[in-house]
Design a protein. Sequence first.
Length: 306
Amino acid sequence: MSPLSLSNLIRQVDLFSLRLFVSAIEEKQIGLAAAREHIAASTATKRIQTLEDAVGTPLLERGRGGVHPTAMGEIVERCARAVLSEVTDMHSALLDATTTIEHSLSVWAAHSVIVDVVAPAVRLFVAERPDVELSLREADNSEVVDAVIGTSADLGVFACVGAYPGHEELAVALLYDEPLIAVVPVDHAFAEIDSVGFGQLLDSGLIATGTLAPAFADGARSLGRDLVVSHVVRTGEVAVGMVQAGLGVTVVPRNLLTQANPSSVRTLGIDEDWAVRSVYLAVRKGREAGPLARAFMREVTERARR
């Protein structure tokens, strides 16, 4: 008998053949084992012969009452049962994990897109799936990206001004574009015009949000100027509130004003090509979205199109 090769065992022995071999011992007939595993008797015989060839010795012998394992067959039977038991345990663990995952969904979203897009999608999604635990977390745009890459979030919704720089670990889909608008007090010198240049806003006590400040800096640089802002705040709502208080002017996404529509401010278009905000839906590359994630992605996409 040639030396037993581990490499040959790994290449030639498969799980189904091991289960068929155990069935033949339990049924005491290869034909009955074939019927139990729903294959032809000739196929079952060939598979067991292939298993014997891989081991290099007969594993079954015929005797009174049917087939029985040889001494080497008993070793293979014992090990085969252990392997099949481990596979069964793996299957159960995977089912448990899938059940857990498919009953929960973690969504991270930038503050500025929660109210008009994400929150309505969450409401409809949860109403149709009361057993699903959906966790929505507000974060800065950069935090949303990091959470999706780091798998803390199943899905992320974030925004950026200008071209999306891209990330090799993210797969993104554009949900929608919306213009940025200038917000000024009703008694401001610009209140009677329809649009304004960014350079004019730079001279009017500009209030910036943390997320838009980099875009403002790029806009100022394109005009050959340095960015000078009066105040930097966290959200567009706060920036608009400061405009209402007479503390300056600001720039926010158009949807923010359609939600609140305060009567004490005026809104103007901005005569700059870059003054557009793009909102993206993001998932991690290589991480297949499950049914729940795909369903929520459809809900958010549908909401964004309205």
